[in-house]
Write a protein that binds this ligand. Sequence first.
Ligand SMILES: Cc1ncc(COP(=O)(O)O)c(C=O)c1O
Length: 432
Amino acid sequence: MTRDLSLTDAILINNIQMSSDYLQNLFAERIGGKLYGKDTAVYKFEKIKRAKRAALAANPGAELIDMGVGEPDEMAFPDCVDALAKAAGKPGNRTYADNGGAVFKEAAARWMQNVCGVSGLDPATQIVHSIGSKAALSILPACLINPGDVALMTTPGYPVFGTHAQYYGGEVYNFPLLEKNQFLPDLNSVPAEKLRRAKTLVINYPNNPTGASATPEFFASVVAFAKKNNLVVVHDAAYAALVFGGKPLSFLATPGALDVGIELHSMSKGFNMTGWRLGFVVGHPLLVRAYADVKDNTDSGQFLAIQEACAYALDHPEITQKVAAKYSRRMDGLVAVLNHHGLPAKKPRGSFFLYVKCPRSAAGKDGKRIAFERAENFSQWLITDKLISTVPWDDAGAYVRFSVTFSANDIADEQRVLSEIDRRLAGAAFEF
Ligand SMILES: Cc1ncc(COP(=O)(O)O)c(C=O)c1O
């Protein structure tokens, strides 16, 4: 049924049209300028969302096993929540935190010593909190990147530092992370012209999405590479605490690392605190100061009560040990199931990511072979045919990332989910 437009409706529509034409010319080039908002490409995570919705609509009541989620499936531990409730009631915690919060800085220094074996850090000059590592990665390029500078990064990876480096007129050079190099960058592979303009090297271990861990030898080669080429190293250690044996490996434990770099730690993954938005930047005092100066012009700091509760968490490293033990157990189960169906999954040494090479083809429900040109096709097929969601990566080979953060209420439920995956993959007859 059509309805005649009233005069007010017509004026309103006309005004909206005029104001969006007017605004369209005002967007910055870095977000698309005049074309901002007109891009019709559908991006990876939106495609996954749409496929999940369609699969559930086609299979009403079915369970979609979501292995695509990049964050913990559980709440923060009850004693941390209690610590937050207590700290939130203290009048002294009500103000802007800015770059302050000595309680958290001191706990972070203790944690670096007790858990990562990095001693002698001065909490007053070498540690400043972040409103999560994402915020720190978005702030740091302002400290370091001039137009024309090159930011060395790794791909596949977490792109936030590079996006902001580009906002400041910088350029990104990505090292591909390849299985044949244990998903470590081949530092010698960067073209001389890029290296000459390079200012920063951002690395991330345990790595998202490959799950790979660094070694002390690799970190030593990073320090030597940075010193030789005059680079600042930013080690994004968001998954540092999630290791399946031994102690977390801090870049700052490497001889000489404190001369060239900083490390970013986060409460999000290892302490089930993604929504709490807290992390810290630690390392060379001058780099930490530069970060704090730009941060001061960006945000007003995280709520001191959150900082206090997170200080409590840092003083209880058994929390992350329990969380890591859960992921380790789930990894063992998932690797066994995927191997059972011929998928070449190998348990990583940390993180919650299992990065698995894509098959060339599989048998569909009707027995006919389906070819996968890219990881994206494989991932879409897993959602549509098997109701199993993963994240595809086609940046350096075709892989899918399974996260062992799927929802399960307890160990028995975990086993049920894993058996269900096993059942759904039966007959897939993957070919490589
Ligand atoms: C590699 C990596 N770095 C940083 C972050 C951001 O973590 P935070 O919650 O501390 O902002 C993530 C989150 O997914 C990540 O995967």
